[in-house]
Design a binder for this molecule. Structure first.
Ligand code: SF4
Length: 496
């Protein structure tokens, strides 16, 4: 669901995001308008999605260069609409953020372009798929625009082409895919007028009732989640909805049968992982752990990569949103010796070749390479091998030596109640090595992989060399802690 917090028109005017919220859940629309204090702030992840949306939107304008932009005037949408009208009447052929109002509904089109004697609407989305919500969103936009007397020849989606791989230069014609949705929006135009009327009536009434359900979580978590789930429905933080290895529809089935807390659940029919979570006891399978450890050869090399992804690929051979490694940390255990090695690329150039070469150099030719959730490390190394054929034999042999430290926790050979049903390192580490959680908290800059990726992405915008140095130190320290955490976890397993 789209976030409408901060929407400039919340106070009086209806907007496209409010309309989308209304279609998804009328209660969400009512809360956005009447109880904005209940809406949670967008998470760092949601903010980065919004930022990507702005970057992609700005670049897509280059498909229709030379246009005029309607400035964003949050306190005065009427002025935005007036300026749009003025541009249309004065013969402008490309307008970015063209604004229109009808029946109290405001809509701004990413690109309005005059082509062969008629207007075409282009809406830009920073995704690689066509979602149903885009069709509804574009139906509303075209309805508002046409009600203003601007006839549209076509209504088009611009999004990213999944099959595109960048060559030396970024080819916008190949990167962006344009899909004509004029026919698909038609059935969704019919109920718009009535829906807008209903939205207005809803705002004159008290808070509507709506039971919690899958609609609160899909396509993304509703920003009113805490209010509806905790305050209204009384769902505790540790509830049946946290039950591990269980599909969401099964969780709702349990909830609708009256099971709220994990403690309430009958034990019959629960699988091993679920039972361990519900019973909340320490569980250790010594023999399985011993067998797991027996396969680890020395030296033991703990490896962790940091990577980032871009909607608009910056380097040759990259697809939109492909993971690009820029950093790694290695802790190498040999007998009593623990050696640390690290690599952090220069932000100015493609990090992949130099990272691959250094990785080959830094990793001893023998021994087990441990990763926590090796699927990611494996895919990074395999993509590097595919990119650099001359390094392929060495990189492939590294990939073949990867072994997963997550396995004992995933298979519940080791379960601690504080893991709360999860085997993610975020839960395993504080349960097994609580003092390391504090070490992460004390880090001056970067505290998790998402932050590492976003500070790296934004590094070119930092001009102060001292600040750049501080960011780089933060990245190195964070990544070092990740592999040190793996060393400590392995120690705990050995003690078993
Ligand atoms: S949490 Fe669910 S019920 Fe509540 S407003 Fe959001 S979608 Fe509607």
């Amino acid at each position: 669901m789209e976030q409408t917090r901060g929407n400039p028109y919340n106070k009086g005017m209806l907007s496209k995001s409010q309309y989308m919220a209304y279609l998804h859940c009328p209660k969400a629309f009512w809360l956005f308008r009447k109880r904005p204090e209940l809406i949670s702030e967008p998470s760092a992840h949601q903010q980065s999605i919004m930022q990507t949306g702005h970057t992609v939107g700005a670049r897509a304008r280059d498909l229709f260069p030379g246009g005029s932009e309607i400035p964003f005037l949050p306190e005065n949408p009427g002025e935005m609409a007036r300026r749009t009208r003025y541009l249309i009447e004065s013969g402008c052929t490309t307008i970015y953020e063209a604004a229109f109002i009808h029946e109290g509904m405001f809509a701004a089109a990413d690109i309005l372009h005059w082509d062969e004697g008629s207007w075409k609407l282009y809406e830009v989305k920073s995704s690689m798929s066509l979602k149903d919500s885009y069709v509804l969103d574009m139906a509303l936009q075209s309805w508002v625009i046409e009600k203003n007397g601007v006839s549209l020849k076509s209504v088009n989606l611009i999004n990213l082409n999944r099959g595109y791989t960048r060559e030396e230069e970024l080819d916008l014609g190949e990167l962006f895919k344009i899909t004509d949705l004029s026919l698909r929006i038609r059935p969704h135009l019919i109920p718009i007028e009535e829906n807008i009327e209903r939205m207005k009536v809803l705002l004159e009434n008290t808070e509507p009732e709506r039971e919690i359900g899958m609609h609160c979580l899909s396509p993304s978590e509703c920003p009113c989640h805490d209010y509806c789930w905790r305050t209204l429905a009384g769902v505790p933080v540790e509830s049946v909805f946290t039950l591990t290895t269980t599909r969401m529809d099964e969780k709702f089935e349990l909830f609708n049968k009256g099971y709220v807390s994990l403690m309430d659940l009958p034990k019959e029919g629960l699988g091993k992982a679920q039972l361990l979570q519900v019973e909340g006891k320490l569980h250790i399978e010594e023999e399985n752990i011993r067998n797991f450890l027996a396969k680890i050869e020395t030296p033991v090399i703990h490896l962790d990569f940091e990577s980032f992804q871009q909607a608009l690929p910056e380097y040759p051979g990259i697809k939109p949103f492909q993971q690009i490694p820029f950093q790694y940390s290695l802790h190498i255990e040999e007998g009593d010796r623990l050696v640390h090695k690290e690599f952090l690329a220069d932000r100015e150039s493609d990090p992949r070749r130099v990272l691959a070469e250094r990785l080959i150099e830094d990793i001893p030719e023998e021994g087990t390479i441990l990763a926590y959730n090796k699927t990611f490390e494996k895919s990074v190394i395999n993509r590097l091998a595919a990119r650099f054929p001359d390094l392929q034999p060495k990189l492939t042999s590294l990939s073949e030596r990867l072994y997963d430290l997550m396995e004992p926790f995933q298979k519940r050979w080791y379960y601690h109640p504080e893991m709360e049903g999860s085997y993610s390192i975020k839960k395993v580490l504080p349960a097994l090595v609580p003092e390391m959680e504090q070490a992460y908290g004390d880090l001056p800059g970067v505290h998790n992989g998402g932050e590492a990726s976003s500070v790296w992405q934004n590094l070119p915008s930092v001009t102060d060399p001292a600040e750049v140095e501080e960011i780089r130190r933060g990245l190195l320290e964070y990544c070092r802690l990740d592999t040190l955490a793996m060393v400590r976890i392995l120690d705990i397993l050995r003690k078993v």
